[in-house]
Design a protein around this ligand. Structure first.
Ligand code: GDL
Length: 690
């Protein structure tokens, strides 16, 4: 088989480096030149030019480069050569090419000839992310899409004189896309059999963004493709989510893969400067040799790779990166500036000679950034399927704190363990804030500007969680940031896309609670009159379950009971029921005129309570609903309906003995115990301002 012939060291060197293959703003010429320097320094040898949103690479692939563009490309190709980096020019004609048209193929050749004239010697044809349906003319000429692509690719490859490096990206470029699977994919079989042996094939692994790439999976695809693939690795790509950035190490690709592959090219974050870690750790991986050093504490035993430790590779990368952060030296500053690459007004550190007098403000001084700061940064923005260890610790702590929080009344304070964990969580949040401060003062502004949106975002997220934990601990204003009367735009993050997400199951409305994935599917729908009996049944069942030594019949009723029994109807838009596959399993009801309900059960309550909290809310879930998110979602919706009626606040009641309910309202964070004169002894009232 071709696989072994083409493997590392036998024909050509192992292809290693970077593919600029993401959607969005392409890198500048200056950044690319900086990339070549880094690649050379770290021992990587290839750069694949494939920026999806570069007009003449994809959308207008037929268009020739202008004289000005040609000048830039000539300079870039020569810079790559100077740094011993193989510049591969890729073109993506798949959006609209007619494969069977000789004129179209001529356009393709003409364009690639032009780039060859710029000094480029390595080429690539990409057919990723295109419609797999052929036009009628192509259907007539070719027996399949694979045949069409292979015919054009072979012709172009030969036209260019069979370059040493020529890459082909199939439309089915990962196992997930192969129908019915890799070994039975007729598309891949055709590509493997018909593509000339000198053409190498790009492959992203089991998925577009592959969590792990196993040796077996590469053996399987290599046998179908009849050659060892070049991995186009999307592990650090972030073009699919504007809130994510990947600063974790190259990981979960065993080094045993190296002899089985033709190469690895990483398609990293859209932002150029934060790719330091992605590229540095890939370089470490490519150089992997058996290492007798201590084993990696971060990995499970079965995942230990004797030749490569992601943890150590990360530390090496971050140590080097720290130097770059601390240097004011703007890389490549002598090169011609790209018009999009704006210079900050001031790149040197202020050299003010002002000396504050007695009693005046001392000058602002910032501590220098540390390696620990960068480790924390990387932990917060780690990898697509994994948070870094500190991020995991923060999530676990928050999860524990929310699940183990008690009603924070004067009588029932949080436990000592809770308080100590809350303090630990607070310290971790503070470390994020300090890291943010030191980063914002780092001398190298270019890296900072690429990171800025992300670090601001995480700082806000952490701030929100921190305030929430304070609220649970009985400190801080009740959920000031969670349910604010006059929310600022940053209180509801994510824009319209976030809005859509929150409306779908599994994404709680401003849900700060992390829970194991839901195993049941729930439906929340508006209450209708026919639901009255089912609601009563749930109410009675829960009453029975909650009945302690004293029968409930002999105890004073809760005001909200009359809503559950149907004696009082909920206000319009203020009643929801929850269903699972068995049937109705919960409800949430609200009344905007609680005073009348209190009067009905002859509860003497001072008017001031109803002035501040005119609305009443109740929620009930059967014990089989173990996931608290649907109830939280229902409460969120009810509060927003109540708020839209102009109501100033809402309260709920619970019995002291009903710990489940107390915990639930407490965890919401928005409800706080209130003192109500004349409230029967075993009843607790909690309220929230709207
Ligand atoms: C893809 C695209 C790539 C994009 C990446 C991540 C390949 C071969 N093509 O499918 O351009 O950056 O996903 O979104 O990976």
């Amino acid at each position: 088989m071709e696989t072994s012939r083409r493997a590392r060291g036998q024909e050509g060197r192992f292809i290693s480096g970077v593919v600029e293959g993401f959607y969005g703003r392409p890198w500048t010429m200056e950044q690319r030149t900086e990339l070549f320097k880094r690649e050379q320094r770290w021992g990587l040898n290839t750069y694949l030019y494939a920026p999806k949103d570069d007009y003449k690479h994809r959308m207008y692939w037929r268009d020739m480069y202008s004289a000005a563009e040609a000048e830039q490309l000539v300079a870039l190709i020569s810079a790559a050569k100077q740094h011993d980096v193989d510049f591969i020019y890729a073109i993506s004609p798949g959006l609209d090419i007619t494969f069977s048209s000789p004129k179209e193929v001529a356009f393709l050749k003409r364009k690639l000839d032009q780039v060859k004239g710029f000094g480029c010697r390595s080429f690539s044809l990409l057919f990723d992310d295109i419609e797999a349906e052929m036009c009628p003319a192509d259907k007539e000429a070719f027996s399949s899409f694979a045949h069409a692509q292979v015919a054009v690719t072979n012709e172009v490859y030969q036209h260019l004189g069979e370059p040493d490096t020529f890459l082909f990206c199939p439309t089915d470029y990962c196992a997930r896309f192969c129908k019915p699977n890799v070994s039975q994919s007729s598309y891949l079989h055709t590509v493997g059999e018909k593509l000339l042996p000198g053409v190498d094939i790009l492959w992203t692994g089991p998925k577009v963004v592959s969590h792990k790439i196993s040796v077996e999976s590469i053996e399987e695809v290599s046998s179908v493709l009849k050659r060892a693939p070049v991995i186009w690795d999307n592990i650090h790509a972030n073009d699919y989510d504007p809130q994510r950035l990947f600063l974790g190490p190259f990981k979960d690709r065993p080094t045993e893969l190296i002899p089985k592959l033709r190469g690895v090219l990483t398609n990293p974050n859209c932002e150029f400067y934060p790719n330091f870690v992605a590229i540095h750790t890939l370089a470490t991986w490519c150089k992997a040799t058996a290492d007798e050093g201590p084993r990696d504490v971060e990995m499970d035993d079965e995942e230990q790779d004797p030749c490569y430790s992601p943890h150590k590779a990360l530390t090496l990368a971050l140590t080097d990166w720290l130097q770059e952060f601390l240097s004011t030296d703007q890389p490549g500053a002598h090169l011609k500036k790209d018009s999009t690459d704006e210079e900050p007004m001031q790149t040197d550190k202020g050299d003010s000679s002002y000396v504050p007098g007695p009693g005046e403000n001392p000058l602002y001084t910032a501590e220098p950034l540390t390696l620990d700061d960068l480790k924390l940064l990387s932990d917060l923005f780690y990898l697509p399927y994994e948070h870094g260890s500190t991020a995991r610790a923060m999530l676990q702590q928050l999860d524990w704190l929310t699940n183990n929080s008690r009603a924070a009344t004067a009588e029932t304070d949080q436990t000592a363990e809770w308080c100590s964990r809350a303090q630990q969580f607070d310290d971790m949040c503070e470390a994020v804030v300090q890291m943010f401060n030191r980063l914002s003062n780092a001398p190298n502004r270019r890296i900072l500007y690429d990171l800025y949106n992300y670090i601001c975002d995480i700082k806000s997220g952490v701030g929100l969680a921190r305030a929430y934990v304070k609220t649970l601990g009985g400190r801080g204003r009740p959920s000031v940031q969670l349910l604010n009367e006059e929310p600022e735009p940053w209180d509801f993050r994510g824009g319209l896309s976030g809005e859509f997400q929150r409306m779908l199951p599994g994404h709680g409305n401003r849900d700060l609670f992390r829970h194991p994935p839901m195993t049941a599917v729930y439906c929340i729908r508006p209450y209708c009159p026919e639901d009255k009996v089912a609601v009563q049944m749930i109410f009675r069942e829960m009453q029975k379950a909650g009945e302690g030594k004293v029968p409930l019949m002999t105890q004073p009723p809760l005001i909200c009971d009359s809503l559950s029994t149907g004696d009082i109807s909920p206000s319009p838009q203020c009643a929801l029921v929850l269903e699972d596959e068995i049937g109705m399993c919960g409800y949430a009801l609200a009344l905007t005129d609680a005073k009348s309900a209190a009067a009905k059960i002859q509860r003497a309550t001072s008017d001031s309570v109803f002035e501040e909290f005119p609305s009443l809310i109740t929620v009930q879930m059967l014990p089989r609903v173990t996931d608290p998110s649907p109830a939280k979602r229902m409460i969120g919706q009810l509060l927003s309906s109540i708020r839209s009626t102009g109501s100033r606040g809402a309260f709920c009641e619970s019995r002291h003995s009903d710990q489940r309910k107390l915990d639930f309202y407490t965890e919401l964070g928005s409800f706080k115990p209130i003192k109500v004169a004349g409230l029967p002894q075993d009843i607790l009232a909690m309220a929230t301002s709207l």
